[in-house]
Design a protein around this ligand. Structure first.
Ligand code: SF4
Length: 219
């Protein structure tokens, strides 16, 4: 058996085998949300709920053209923001969140760098907060979305039927803390481009010798 599941010495095998393979595939994984500053990324991460990063990248520039910083957005009218972000869905709720996030950032003198402070903002959950912690502040953070959860489960880093919180718990146990951010980004890329939900490209996947799913082991 050559999968990541064959022993519980995950930390060594992930660092020595899986991470180098993933880094070779995706040398510079970056967030697919484009941004000019931490505040923009925070707002865009919130806006990306229930819609694609590409949609947010297309619409958000209009928002930041009208409201270039936290101070400007904090004074915006809900209806005006909603008109701009309407194509993203849930526009009334997201519009309120945009303004409240701007007010919070303004009150705190900038985007905060703790999980607690970020999660206290409206519309900002743990995954969104983790994106900010890792991408902006370079802090260890697991960013577990549906892509990461799927690939982690298939590779055997988490039980096959695990919920996102359970995948996060499993990954926290089996990955070195300093690797949390990078493995999240790399698994996200792999899930988007190779280990797709319906049709994973297993035959051409360079991780297949390490993969529980491919090797048909119990997960
Ligand atoms: S071998 Fe298949 S299931 Fe395993 S990581 Fe690669 S694409 Fe995903």
């Amino acid at each position: 058996m050559s999968s990541m599941q064959e022993s519980h010495s995950y930390t060594a095998s992930i660092s020595d085998v899986l991470l180098p393979e993933l880094h070779a595939l995706y040398p510079k994984p970056i967030t697919l949300l484009t941004y000019n500053n931490p505040f923009e990324l925070l707002v865009k991460v919130m806006l990306s709920a229930q819609c694609s990063d590409a949609q947010v990248n297309k619409i958000a520039p209009r928002l930041f053209e009208a409201y270039p910083d936290a101070r400007a957005l904090s004074r915006a009218r809900v209806a005006d923001v909603a008109r701009i972000i309407r194509p993203l869905g849930y526009f009334n709720t997201k519009s309120n969140y945009c303004i409240q996030i701007a007010q919070s950032v303004l009150a705190q003198g900038g985007v905060p760098d703790t999980l607690e402070a970020l999660c206290a903002m409206p519309g900002v959950g743990k995954k969104s907060a983790s994106v900010i912690l890792y991408v902006v502040f370079k802090k260890p953070a697991l960013i577990v979305d549906r892509h990461v959860a799927r690939v982690a489960s298939r590779l055997g880093l988490a039980p096959g039927d695990a919920s996102i919180p359970k995948v996060e718990t499993s990954m926290a146990l089996c990955c070195k803390r300093e690797d949390w951010g990078s493995i999240s980004m790399l698994l996200n890329y792999h899930g988007r481009f190779v280990c797709k939900a319906r049709t994973p490209l297993c035959q051409s996947c360079s991780l297949n010798t390490h993969c529980a799913f491919f090797n048909n082991t119990d997960s």
